[in-house]
Write a protein that binds this ligand. Structure first.
Ligand code: PMT
Length: 223
């Protein structure tokens, strides 16, 4: 590894979208490409960490030195994360754009267009990052907040409500950053402060964020 800050640490990350099936051929999803989460996994591995990446369906190669678990739905992502954090996990970073809702039932056969209208009932998915933050042996838990308005206020709400140690807020209404772009601009918020990272390539931002998290986590743990 190039860096040494995370030697001996196990970092677990989520990345990409989830897919919530309606029937055997259709699903509800979002525009996450996985670029931000994969760049973070690569940067954590380069800093010396053992890295487990729980990934929704994306078109990216697994970074060298990272062990990847591929999933599709939010429930599968939840199960894979819970199993990955069961042993030792020091840092958990939730970069995935997890679907908040899934269809209440999944049709066994392809749904036919018999009517002019079709109503789909949705039900809430489990909140993965909140479940990790509620573990008795909680890792240093970092969430992302994808917002289109009132970015900092909504991010602060999520930081508190999900009991996170840190949240990375990005404005996904700007198409040159956020979903599927190669760059991002974020504000990192925690209990005692805020740090802004100006627009830069996601690969660079990932290295800067991992550096920052390693430093704050060190202070947090009193190291
Ligand atoms: O993948 P890219 O194309 O590179 O795009 C990157 C990104 C925009 C997806 C990323 O930077 C980002 O913002 N990820 C979080 C997307 C999101 O769903 O945010 P949210 O504000 O809805 O969720 C808040 C936090 O809770 C996130 O850490 C999310 O992973 C987590 N969450 C949400 C719902 C759920 N059921 N379980 C979760 O763990």
């Amino acid at each position: 590894p190039v860096g040494t800050k995370l030697i001996g640490k196990h970092v677990v990350l989520t990345a990409g979208p989830t897919r919530e099936a309606l029937d055997p051929v259709r699903f509800i999803s979002n525009h996450s490409s996985g670029k931000m989460g994969y760049a973070l996994a690569e940067a954590a591995a380069a800093a010396g960490a053992k890295v487990t990446l729980i990934s929704g369906p994306v078109h990216l190669a697994c970074p060298a030195g990272v062990s990847r678990v591929g999933v599709s739905s939010a429930q599968q992502m939840y199960d894979a994360v819970m199993s990955a954090v069961q042993k030792q996990c020091d840092i958990f970073i939730a970069t995935a754009a997890v679907a908040d809702y899934r269809p209440e039932s999944v049709a066994d056969q392809k749904i036919k267009k018999n009517n002019d209208e079709m109503i789909v009932r949705l039900t809430r998915n489990p909140d993965i990052v909140a479940a990790v933050a509620a573990l008795p042996e909680k890792p240093f838990t970092v969430g992302f907040a994808a917002e289109t308005n009132d970015v900092l206020n909504y991010a602060k709400g999520k930081l508190a409500r999900k009991n996170l140690d840190m949240i990375v807020a990005n404005d996904v209404s700007d198409l040159s950053i956020g979903f599927n772009s190669d760059s991002n601009r974020v504000s990192v918020l925690w209990k005692d402060g805020q740090h802004d990272f100006g627009k830069r390539p996601k690969t660079q931002l990932a290295q800067d964020l991992i550096d920052f998290i390693a430093d704050i986590d060190g202070r947090h743990l009193g190291a």
